[in-house]
Write a protein that binds this ligand. Structure first.
Ligand code: PLP
Length: 334
């Protein structure tokens, strides 16, 4: 995508710091070898991820963004008449993947912008193969904590896979936030999906990973094309995992700037949904699409969501970007 240099881009929940310089160096070094196919089975990256996550290599799969993995899970799990269950609104790929593969699904409304896990548990029936839970959720930024998630996993039959989509998990700092990486020890039907697009700042390179039971990983390998992750993405991913400082810097910036934006939006008299992610959902109390267009005219790109009529989703940027966004919003709203 060609981007306007002066535009403030707060629509796609990207890392405003960009990638680590060490990642750029690793990706550039790999360019001289791009006449070769990527390493078979992505073994180096999967091994490195497995060490990092304290799981076995056979349980790790990498993909062309988390999006590819989410779709592959639909294809690998819902091979018969199985249904999928997920929240609405949540990450749009769940619905798109089901539609693309003819998999029936049940959408369960959020309750006060948060996953209604009791209603989702009731929506699980003998025909359910798979449940998606984005934690934290996109587009709301809300999360479900240890107790609710543990209870949900305990209530779901073991043969139903529960995909915990943790694209934003690295930003979550609530004391009771828990990763599926921990829960899957007690609940082997839990699958964790993560991405390099957010905290690692590699959205354009397309790299994601998932941790799942080994037998399921084998089924996924059977339905996928080889080499969907480029050798440059492999090299970048390995370097990104090693640069813990960049991750810490990104997390710290998001924590302070999320609070800054939350306060600034509240000062404008707007209601903000508490967020555990790198974006905020804010009620502008008028049709959000028109506000989004007016902001764009001021050079600030945010996301309006048709399903949430008066709500805008605004990614957390750097301080100058956030200040520009608040100033533009103030100008548009008054
Ligand atoms: C909840 C959620 N899951 C997954 C993704 C996909 O990430 P990727 O860029 O790795 O495909 C996103 C991207 O916005 C997301 O919001």
């Amino acid at each position: 995508m060609i981007r306007h240099p002066e535009r403030v881009e707060l629509a796609c929940n990207e890392n405003p710091l960009g990638p680590s310089p060490r990642v750029i160096a690793a990706a550039q070094a790999e360019l001289s070898r791009i006449h070769r196919y990527p390493e078979a089975g992505a073994s180096s990256l999967r091994r490195s991820l497995a060490e990092h996550l304290r799981v076995s290599e056979e349980e790790v799969i990498v993909g062309n963004g988390a999006s590819e993995l989410l779709e592959l899970l639909v294809r690998a799990i819902c091979t018969g008449p199985q249904r999928a269950v997920f929240a609405e609104p949540s990450f749009v790929i769940y619905r798109l993947a089901c539609l693309a593969h003819g998999v029936p699904f049940t959408e369960v409304a959020l309750d006060g912008y948060v996953h209604d896990l009791s209603a989702m548990a009731r929506a699980v029936s003998p025909g359910t193969g798979l449940v998606f839970i984005a934690n934290p959720n996109n587009p709301t930024g809300t999360y479900v904590g240890r107790k609710a998630l543990g209870a949900f996993l305990s209530s779901v039959p073991r043969e139903v896979f529960v995909v915990l989509d943790e694209a934003y998990a690295e930003y979550a700092d609530a004391p009771d936030f828990v990763s599926g990486l921990e829960l899957r020890r007690e609940h082997p039907n839990a699958i964790v999906v993560r991405t390099f697009s957010k905290i690692h700042g590699l959205a354009g390179l397309r790299l994601g990973y998932a941790v799942m039971p080994r037998e399921l990983a084998e089924s996924v390998h059977r339905v996928r094309a080889p080499f969907t992750v480029s050798s440059v993405a492999h090299a970048a991913g390995l370097a990104a995992l090693r640069d813990r400082e960049h991750v810490e810097r990104s997390r710290a910036l998001n924590r302070s700037e999320r609070a800054f934006m939350q306060a600034g939006l509240s000062e404008l008299g707007l209601r903000v949904v508490p967020s555990q992610a790198n974006f905020l959902l804010v009620d502008v109390a008028r049709p959000a699409a028109a506000v989004g267009e007016a902001l764009l005219a001021q050079g600030v790109l945010v996301r309006s969501l048709p399903a949430l009529r008066t709500m805008l989703r605004i990614s957390v940027g750097t301080r100058p970007e956030n200040e520009r966004c608040l100033a533009a919003l103030q100008a548009v709203l008054t």
